[in-house]
Design a protein around this ligand. Structure first.
Ligand code: FNR
Length: 187
């Protein structure tokens, strides 16, 4: 990471090996402007949130919180489960939000890319996620919106976007996110 780069944590809302969301996340990272240092932060080993565990914090929770504290912005790339946010991603958000008053999300600029192999592009997940970001006090980029439909056909095995129009859209989206971070980040 070069000096002056923005440290962006990328959270993927799917755990499976063949995840299309993960491939889209990697494609977005490749198309990010030079000033954004984007890295996927894993969420699969975070045990389900239970406040009792705050007395003896699981190592995976502590590592996740430490990693997110270093991030200056967060990019969410997620599928939709039953018209909402997949439980694993919601759990990561919950883990990062506690203990009360020590949220790792506080004030950090965010952007959301939702995806689906279907036509609607996970609009429901995208907007349910936005609801949590309001409470977490994360300024979420409004435009451009990214509801990626028919997502299975978009990215090849090298994590490159196959369709020129989509590549342009992803490039513009990441450039807009950089501008959004510069406008809304606290430091
Ligand atoms: C889905 N899927 C789905 N798709 C959608 O567009 N809207 C939805 O509400 C749902 N609901 C849903 C629930 C559950 C439990 C599963 C497992 C799947 C389909 C989903 O978009 C598809 O499996 C994606 O490929 C998941 O993303 P990854 O794993 O490929 O990144």
């Amino acid at each position: 990471m070069a000096e002056g780069d923005r440290n962006v944590a990328v959270l993927v809302g799917s755990l499976r090996k063949g995840s299309i969301s993960r491939r889209i996340a990697k494609a977005l990272i490749k198309l990010a402007p030079e000033g954004l240092h984007c890295e996927i932060v894993e969420i699969g080993d975070l045990v389900g949130y239970n406040m009792d565990l705050e007395n003896n914090v699981p190592a995976a929770w502590a590592a996740f919180r430490d990693r997110l504290r270093k991030a200056e912005a967060v990019l969410f790339v997620t599928p939709e489960y039953n018209r909402s946010v997949p439980g694993v991603l919601k759990n990561a958000i919950d883990v990062g939000s506690r203990p009360y008053g020590a949220s790792v999300w506080e004030g950090k600029p965010a952007a959301i890319v939702s995806m689906s192999p279907g036509a609607i592009g996970a609009f429901g997940a995208n907007h349910h996620l936005r609801q949590s970001l309001v409470f977490l006090n994360m300024p979420a980029m409004q435009q451009p919106e990214a509801y990626v439909g028919h997502a299975a056909e978009l990215v090849d095995d090298n994590d490159d976007v196959k369709i020129e129009g989509t590549k342009t859209f992803f490039t513009d989206f990441m450039a807009a996110f950089e501008a959004w971070i510069e406008r809304t980040a606290r430091n």
